[in-house]
Design a protein around this ligand. Sequence first.
Ligand code: FES
Length: 105
Amino acid sequence: MKLLCAGAELINDSSRGFELEGEKLFAVRRGGQVYVYFNRCPHRGVSLEWHPDQFLDNSQSLIQCATHGALFLIEDGECIAGPCEGRSLKNIPCREDEQGIWVSL
Ligand code: FES
């Protein structure tokens, strides 16, 4: 597994973008739990964020694609509204320990 960042670098109800081994990813922490996905919208294959590290909607409760506004569940990446409804972001397995957040690409 690869170290993504220290746990403290991803605070609750926030998101961060990363580039690891040439892949664009992003991580969200919600309820203490970390979720990691490839940064690629299933609609057009573009990066999701409009501003760096901003992957969430105004309520901070859903992931939002900045291009056409698709909304995705943080917990499993499923698109629940928008042009790619029913499709999902590609999840990346991760775990967290005292060293930080680890992902397996
Ligand atoms: S590219 Fe993401 S909703 Fe269209």
